[in-house]
Design a protein around this ligand. Sequence first.
Ligand code: ADP
Ligand code: ADP
Length: 227
Amino acid sequence: ETQIDIRNVGKVYGAGSDHPVIALDGVTLSIRRGEFVSLLGPSGCGKSTLLNIIAGFQSASSGQLLQNGRPIVKPDPSRTVVFQDYALFGWMTVQQNVEFGLKAKGLPKARRAEIARGLIDTVRLTGFEDKFPHQISGGMKQRAAIARALAPDPDILLMDEPFGALDAQTRVLLQEEIARISSETKKTVVFVTHGIDEAVFLADRVVVMSPRPGRVREEVLVPLPRP
Ligand code: ADP
Ligand code: ADP
């Protein structure tokens, strides 16, 4: 069952200017519910642009994007994003950051706290609830950011180079956690990376993009069972 339908999507930055940049040139892609898709390609090929358009943060210059048959027009809690730089709120504890993700649900405070503790446990951060982002390591910050992104119980989790700021060892640990979390939660995941190893390790399908202007060059089903 198709969950995200991307039809002939183009994106031009600075369309009216002397130096327009064609970031995406006719991207067509369908993503099934529960599928883990890696978008792989060199820096500058338009991966982040495509992810931001799926998120609803940016609009496409041409083409159509549908989620369950409905146009994607703005950000929505059914799609959450994990960023390379974590984007945690520095003035909030881990617990408060995760509870922020539950804000839209209108739950009583005690229930929010309980759900947040469960999510913190899912990402294995129990014991660090009251730490502020500057008090924990990069890997732990990204775990907290993942818990916050899971909080609205989104249908689609969008990840933009989530390991980009992490050292190799932390990267491997977090990669295994994301594989586990995505198979446990059965979310649809779109994972952007320029690293072929992590693209293949995590994905059901790898979508290879061409250098700018970004196009889908090839789609590869990953035949190996995921861990
Ligand atoms: P990737 O994520 O694959 O590195 P991006 O989507 O960030 O690629 O960028 C695709 C192209 O669009 C690049 O040439 C980049 O310089 C350009 N670009 C990205 N954002 C902007 C912007 N806000 N204004 C102008 N050009 C941009
Ligand atoms: P991860 O646990 O996500 O792999 P790291 O590899 O960066 O994150 O950290 C490894 C371990 O080191 C953590 O699980 C944690 O126990 C400890 N640690 C690292 N930095 C800190 C810190 N600032 N405060 C407390 N413990 C830390």
